[in-house]
Design a binder for this molecule. Sequence first.
Ligand code: 5GP
Ligand code: MN
Length: 347
Amino acid sequence: MQEFFTESSQKLQEFNDFLALPKKIVITTHQNPDADALGSSLGLAAYLKKKGHFPTVITPTDYPDFLRWMSGEKEVINFESDKQELSKTLISEADIIFCLDFSALNRIKHMEEFVKNSTAKKVLIDHHQQPENFADFVYWSEKSAATCELIYELIEKLGDKDLIDMPLAECLYAGLVTDTGSFRFDSTTQEVHRIAGELIAMGIQTNQIHRKIFDSNTFERMKFLGFALGEKLVYLPEYNVSYMAISKEDLAKFSSKNGDTEGIVNYGLSIKGVVMAAIFTERDDMIRISFRSVDNFSVSEFSRKHFNGGGHKNAAGGRSHETLEKTVEYFLTLLPQYQQSLTGLDY
Ligand code: 5GP
Ligand code: MN
């Protein structure tokens, strides 16, 4: 039975009581972790350590180099490394498994079956649409801009704001800044700015954090971006849609790594009038798709319905097990039925 403790002080108290004695804890997050995923995991781990617990962060896959500055990052275990056996032991012996920044268990790739089979209590802390029913405790809000925002609020509600030190604040700020698109998406509320303001008041260097995340491109990645925009970007003004399809060969040509395609989809959305942008990337085992949109066009609904995915209204992901060409073809056949909602926006 899942207990939502987002709004209920009684449930929050139960959660607090549950954490009264030191616990063996695993914290995990979605595959290909981004700054919100890793920042919230490391922020929570740092907090739990201060409370006397024994947390380990285990990620389903590796994450990009531009996140390798976060405090505690060196202790993160990648499930897809030679530490898989250790990970399995930690998962099966854990008292609690925190699941951060994802709402569907298939987002943790090969960790899914081990997390499912563990007898640990599961705690979901997340802001994605339609959370699956797998956790014992759920701290969830679709309105929150970032999981880092939820972690800050939770620590605050537990009366432990004084435990947030600079390294922890940096982790949380990183998630806030990325998931809000540097404080420009619709999700950027007054509450987001309040929390950012309080983190800044602790003395964090926001410009430095921003540079570490956004201005740490390799030369190859910049060349790849030029190639993607120059050769691969397709614009369909009749639908207000833009997309790119990137093959394995394209990635190899620029010695591109996972993470290099991250964010490129946003360039498609920056064309005036574009309502939905997509990027299709050929990976070893599937075609990964990222969708972005503006206003009321819900790419999470679109992705859930057609590409086995989900996410947020304006930022979602999905997958296909067809070829790259067939996936794009299928995408194009879908557009006519959405033409009205894609072109009917008044802006
Ligand atoms: P991205 O395109 O950056 O990979 O993902 C955009 C947003 O959608 C992120 O918040 C991400 O966590 C979420 N997302 C990506 N893929 C999936 C998916 O397959 N299912 C669900 N539920 N969410 C996804
Ligand atoms: Mn997030």
